[in-house]
Design a protein around this ligand. Structure first.
Ligand code: SF4
Ligand code: SF4
Length: 709
């Protein structure tokens, strides 16, 4: 990974009394070290990638503390890593994107939560829910409940986040239960400060090692019959009461009083800032967060402490539960608690707020104002109604001014190596027909959108080949599965390739070997190019000397295997067509090789800049379109989709169709020329070399050209 986290790593070293400034997710990272964590693991994914990326780059410092950090091959591996805390008093933390990562980790989590832990364990879940989400929208809360793990949802300010991390470990140890912490996108990226504490070197660590396994063999720590029957009872009868006692004793949930004591709002901690904003626009909270409506902020959303709910609601006429996503677990639990305690307060929640989707300020203003209108008529919340009218009128005005905006689906980066493969697949489809294409998680899924429109299913990370298993036998045409190298190592090799070989199935698999887990931030994989290979590839050239993907495939028995250079569209098309039409009936795998352009540019640009500063000659390739030759049919754009290949007004007053043009930003990947050649398009593309710091020969050639013009 070329991105450097130097400043973030420095902030991890802050000592007692120093002030930490930064993002929520980095505050979590610092808090782990303040809590004396012995080991950290995880699998990258927004919005929590930073935690692991920073930890991995901070290895030297973590070695000083004796903290082990591991970039796991999947979330399942990360969850299983927490097994270290089952037998040993060592604190461990793992992180991943949820809900998807939690799904992958679920098997190990079930066993972990059954066995219980003696060292505190914290699972930091990036709750990827809402308008910025990139995965199926589900709540991690459900997993915490079904496995009897506790769920923290801290108020998005750095002080609370840090305190919840520290208390989370204590809660885990007090109740022998793994603790999850959900952090929404906004909580991860909220900026702020807190006063640091000294980091704690763990008692059990890479510097202070265990002498051996536990002296006494404890069968009860194995999640295996007959111990599981006892563990199931322990969860309900011992661990849950212990957790509730700890939560109440340490006041992990917070009550904010307000003058309107007849009513109250119970909110998930993570939504507290949004709620305050909604109250603020209604004139019911000030700039510093003082609310006129009492609030119970649940920094622990599971389990609830019945006594706290009853205490908050007992003298109120009504309460509103602000709980994002479905189903309404918290609201249902509160209803049960109030009913059992005979508390008469009216309960509102999903009847006034959306059942599904993100609780934006607008959603919250609507819900809260409906609640207050019914139950707190004395409060003047009219500014909320005016604010909503303002939003509606701005939206209307924008609609009138802008008209129907075209959809802007996500797209590959400029020069992405995956784009040419889909261009080739599109060309071949003209000859062999459109196949069923299973997509995977990763950058290549952008090809589901225009102009490629290829992709019929997305069923999980590394699952594309498995997802084609049922389609193949009932299709006249071979199905195609596409997965990235990240998905290949995460799950694809076993769930897809092994299963297909076991069942002697037909089909075509395209593995995009771009060298990294690109979609999550270009983290490294087992098959990433080595440092040496990257260093020696300055200014271009292939860096994928690594053949591990191919070796794994042949080792497992794949007999039809080809590696292609993505940017050679003609060769990719030829190989792909062969895979689609060959009489060989087994699995056919094409490894499509081309380094992630984003990562390549991060490496190459500073190197080029330095060379230019040193006065060294540099040649930059750029493609262009001859506007006199361009016919204006734009088939090149439909075949490429590169953001820097676009249109401009036709300079010929007698022609009305806009012409194609290449704008600044072209990285000279060569796809334009390749497509024009492979698809026999009009000959309007040209390749130019921009020479910077020209030498004497360059200057001579340039002057001769000028003379001959
Ligand atoms: S991050 Fe890399 S692989 Fe992903 S779209 Fe950009 S260039 Fe392509
Ligand atoms: S050569 Fe074409 S496809 Fe490649 S970056 Fe330039 S405009 Fe985009």
């Amino acid at each position: 990974m070329e991105r450097q986290f130097t400043r973030e790593i420095e902030s991890l070293r802050l000592g007692s009394g120093e002030v930490f400034h930064g993002e929520g997710i980095l505050a979590v990272t610092k808090a782990l070290l303040q809590s004396g964590v012995s080991y950290v693991g995880g699998y990258q994914g927004a919005p929590v990638s930073h935690l692991l990326d920073v930890m991995v780059q901070a290895r030297d410092y973590l070695d000083e503390l004796g903290v082990h950090v591991e970039a796991c091959a999947s979330e399942a591996g990360a969850a299983a890593m927490l097994g270290a805390s089952v037998n040993y008093p060592a604190r461990g933390a793992v992180t991943w994107k949820s809900i998807v990562g939690t799904n992958v980790a679920s098997d190990a989590l079930s066993y972990l939560s059954s066995a219980g832990v003696i060292g505190g364990t914290l699972i930091v879940c990036g709750e990827d829910y809402g308008e910025g989400a990139s995965v199926a929208l589900e709540r991690t809360h459900a997993v915490a409940m079904k496995s009897s793990m506790w769920m923290l949802d801290p108020r998005p300010n750095l002080g609370t986040i840090v305190e919840m991390v520290e208390r989370g470990f204590e809660l885990s140890e007090a109740s022998n239960t793994p603790v999850m912490m959900e952090l929404r996108i906004r909580a991860c990226h909220v900026r702020g400060s807190f006063v640091s504490k000294q980091n704690v070197a763990p008692a059990l660590s890479t510097l202070h090692k265990l002498e051996g396994p536990p002296q006494e063999f404890v069968y009860d720590r194995l999640a295996h019959p007959p111990a599981i029957f006892r563990q199931e009872k322990l969860k309900a009868e011992v661990r849950l009461p212990a957790a509730r006692k700890f939560i109440a004793a340490h006041r992990l949930n917070e009550v904010f009083p307000g003058e309107a004591s007849d009513v109250g709002i119970v909110v998930q901690g993570g939504l507290y800032n949004g709620l305050l904003r909604a109250l603020r626009v209604q004139g019911l909270a000030d700039d510093f967060g003082a609310s006129r409506v009492p609030i119970l902020a649940l920094n622990v959303v599971y389990p609830l402490v019945p006594g706290e709910i009853v205490e908050f609601a007992k003298n109120k006429k009504s309460i509103l539960v602000v709980e994002e996503g479905q189903p309404e677990f918290i609201e249902q639990e509160i209803a049960t608690i109030l009913r059992r305690a005979d508390v008469p307060a009216r309960l509102h929640g999903k009847d006034l707020l959306l059942m599904a989707g993100e609780y934006t300020t607008e959603v919250l203003v609507r819900g809260v104002s409906a609640f207050l209108k019914e139950h707190a008529a004395g409060l003047d919340a009219s500014s909320g109604a005016r604010w909503l009218e303002g939003v509606a009128s701005t939206r209307k005005k924008a609609g009138e001014l802008l008209g129907a905006m075209p959809a802007r689906p996500p797209n590959f980066c400029v020069g992405c190596p995956e784009r040419p493969v889909f261009s080739a697949m599109k060309l071949v489809a003209k000859d062999v027909g459109r196949p069923h294409v299973s997509m995977d998680i990763g950058c290549h899924a952008f090809a589901s959108f225009e102009p490629f429109s290829q992709g019929n299913t997305v069923l999980g990370y590394g699952m594309s080949l498995a997802a084609a298993a049922g389609v193949g036998p009932m299709s006249a045409r071979r199905p195609v599965a596409v997965m990235g190298d990240g998905g290949f190592w995460h799950n694809g090799l076993l769930s897809g390739v092994a299963s297909r070989l076991l069942n002697h199935g037909d089909g075509v698999l395209v593995v995009m070997k771009n060298g990294y887990a690109s979609a999550t931030g270009t983290q490294e994989l087992i098959s990433s190019p080595t440092e040496e290979a990257r260093r020696t590839a300055i200014g271009g050239g292939a860096v994928h000397a690594d053949r591990r993907i191919e070796n794994a495939l042949t080792g497992m028995g794949v007999q039809w295997l080809r590696t292609v250079n993505n940017y050679d569209v003609g060769a990719v098309a030829k190989t792909y067509k062969e895979a689609m039409t060959t009489e060989y009936a087994g699995l056919k795998v094409i490894v499509a090789e081309g380094e992630c352009q984003l990562e390549r540019q991060r490496r190459v640009r500073p190197q080029v800049a330095e060379k230019l500063r040193n006065g060294e000659r540099q040649v930059r390739v750029k493609y262009g379109v001859d506007e006199d030759t361009c016919t204006g049919d734009h088939s090149c754009i439909r075949l490429s989709g590169c953001p820097t290949l676009t249109v401009k007004d036709n300079p010929d007053p007698l022609r009305r169709d806009p012409v194609a043009t290449v704008i600044d930003g072209c990285v000279g990947c060569g796809l334009c020329g390749e497509n024009a050649h492979a698809a026999i398009l009009c000959p309007s593309f040209y390749r130019a070399e921009v020479v910077q710091n020209p030498n004497l020969w360059d200057k001579f050639v340039a002057s001769m050209r000028k003379l001959l013009q």
